[in-house]
Design a protein around this ligand. Sequence first.
Ligand SMILES: Nc1ncnc2c1ncn2[C@@H]1O[C@H](COP(=O)(O)OP(=O)(O)OP(=O)(O)O)[C@@H](O)[C@H]1O
Ligand SMILES: [Mg+2]
Length: 274
Amino acid sequence: MTTPLIRITHASKTFALPDGGHFHAVRDVSLEVNKGDIFGLIGKSGAGKSTLLRLFNLLEQPDSGAVFVDGRELTALSKRDLRDARRNIGMIFQQFNLLQNATVFDNVAFPLRIHGGLTAAQITARVNECLELVELSGKTASYPAQLSGGQKQRVAIARALASGPAVLLCDEPTSALDAETTRALLATLRDINRRLNVTIVIVSHELSVLGEICNRVAVIEDGAIAEQFALDDAASLAEPRKTALGRELAQHGAASILAARSTPNNADTEAAYV
Ligand SMILES: Nc1ncnc2c1ncn2[C@@H]1O[C@H](COP(=O)(O)OP(=O)(O)OP(=O)(O)O)[C@@H](O)[C@H]1O
Ligand SMILES: [Mg+2]
């Protein structure tokens, strides 16, 4: 059984432009992300992917519509309750967004110190645990400038996981990384999803990135969902697709299913393709 962990209903977002006009960046989007999903949002530059993702934790307030995460309607919360609810939603960015003047340890400790309620010993234990998860235990005293891009993104992941969120939002997390580092980072995200049961929503314009780790994807065009489908289900992959990106992703998904023969629960899909 799958349960929706995130539910967005009829969300729209318009930006005011300096010339007095308006830009409709998200148009009447409704979608559900199930617990345990790695859900991908793909689309061309300017399609509205980042704006849509930022609605998931209300970094952008929708003009209309509602956002539910883990049973709470974020769009109905007070500022204080929203801050509390956001502890359940980690986020990482293309440019890592680390505090440059803080060590790796202090970057990861940052959200724990802000929210309070933990002793210094508890913070140390949690930071070390999170750095171990991303295999950066040896770098606690380093500063961001002393790290590679892949290592910086791992620090960002550790920071996002520090408060034990149910959801991790990722906006183009591998766009600043080379191909090999990208593969390693995707493996880390998959591991976090499986071992910690963290639901992941990942924005990318790179088909290979989403094709590699997502079980479900939505194609965004002009601020709206053009189509969405499962990538881990042969029947869904065999259905006709409305968009060029959807067709390419479906092909990629079919190839991945063939490649992942050792993955459990793939007996049916194997039977359909082999
Ligand atoms: N604060 C803002 N004010 C005005 N327009 C904005 C604002 N933020 C985004 N937009 C516009 O909304 C549209 C969607 O932007 P968004 O950043 O969500 O796209 P994207 O799909 O993430 O693109 P990219 O792949 O380049 O990151 C763009 O046309 C952008 O110019
Ligand atoms: Mg973007």
